[in-house]
Design a protein around this ligand. Structure first.
Ligand SMILES: Cc1cc2nc3c(=O)[nH]c(=O)nc-3n(C[C@H](O)[C@H](O)[C@H](O)COP(=O)(O)O)c2cc1C
Length: 320
């Protein structure tokens, strides 16, 4: 069994955190990850209702497994209710990402809830440490969804050098061997999203899962085009990594023009509504090529854990 400061803190049997993924990781996915021995998180965007958060949190809570919630800081200015209902649901961990976590750490700690924050730069890491964040998540640009520009391994090493608090690795981890690599590098755990994009418990559609299983790791793009088209106020420093499609081929890099083009923007809004893969955003990371079957998230966690244990044992044989 793999033990790290993260497994001890949250009483897990494996240091796998199921990343919050708005639109994919609801209560069922979080529950399935936690049943596998990890910590499943529920992804919440500024477009979700407070009732959605309460309902989704009730799913893992009913099974008495630990769970977490991931909030987007920049979206909370208009939606303070999302933090209130999250606190009321009493998760073990809340991720405050994509913004300054400082105002939120105190209220969460007062409610007995640990705080994680995804960091994309060294400056982000300093800010999170000063804010009193408990678990830093070094998120490399390989990650699916919204992310920064730095790759995981150098960022992870720099963040680890800053602190004794647990640092978790995110971005591109989809095999047990890669999980072992992150742990050997010093991470207290892994924060995995893309590997769960074709799970039976996800909120995403069957068509989206199929597209994920077909895609290779060569087919992602880090772009603001979908956010501009959908009119979502993501700060510019966090573009989103998505699968390349007809829309991104035409509009990635031409966001200034896109703002002025109502017809083009409508294509994405419509695509989102109908699920048209040519125009709808499908956020996924560079590890997408490793996702080839539809499975329970519980099995994905167990396989990561078993693969990591095997790789850790094999690694010791490299020493003479
Ligand atoms: C479809 C999708 C949606 C995501 N939504 C969120 C979100 O709502 N909140 C958040 O903090 N991170 C979100 N992320 C980023 C993940 O938390 C995580 O950093 C990322 O998935 C890790 O890299 P990986 O995808 O290579 O495993 C999302 C990622 C994906 C793939």
């Amino acid at each position: 069994m793999i033990k790290t400061p993260l497994t001890r803190w949250f009483d897990l049997t494996t240091p796998v955190i199921g990343a919050p993924m708005a639109g994919v990781s609801g209560g069922e996915l979080a529950r399935a990850v936690s049943l596998g021995g990890g910590l499943g998180m529920i992804g919440v965007s500024g477009r979700h209702s407070a009732g959605f958060v309460t309902d989704q949190c009730a799913v893992p809570a009913a099974s008495e497994v630990p769970f977490g919630v991931g909030l987007m800081i920049w979206a909370l200015d208009d939606r303070p209710d999302l933090l209130e209902v999250t606190i009321a649901a009493q998760p073990s961990l809340v991720s405050m990402s994509f913004g300054d976590p400082a105002p939120y750490v105190g209220p969460l700690h007062d409610a007995g809830i640990a705080v994680a924050s995804q960091v994309n730069t060294l400056a982000d890491a300093h800010r999170a440490l000063e804010a009193g964040v408990d678990v830093l998540v070094a998120q490399g640009t390989e990650a699916g969804g919204h992310t920064g520009q730095r790759t995981l391994l150098p960022l992870l090493q720099e963040v680890l050098a800053l602190t004794d608090r647990p640092v978790v690795a995110a971005g591109g981890i989809a095999t047990g061997a890669a999980m072992a690599g992150a742990l050997v590098a010093g991470a207290a755990g892994v924060w995995v999203g893309t590997a769960f994009l074709s799970c039976t418990e996800g909120l995403n559609s069957a068509a989206a899962r199929e597209r994920v299983r077909e895609a290779t790791g060569d087919e992602t793009v880090l772009t603001r085009a979908f956010d501009v088209a959908e009119g979502i106020a993501w700060p510019e420093r966090w573009p989103g990594r998505a699968l390349v499609n007809e829309f991104s081929r035409v509009w990635h890099g031409r966001e200034d023009e896109l703002v002025e083009d109502d017809d083009a923007r409508r294509l994405v809004v419509e695509g989102r509504r109908t699920g048209d893969p040519a125009t709808a955003p499908l956020y996924a990371g560079e590890a997408v090529g490793l996702v080839t079957t539809e499975r329970s998230a519980t099995d994905v966690v167990r396989e990561l854990d078993a693969g990591a244990e095997k790789a850790l044992r094999a690694a010791s044989r490299l020493l003479t």
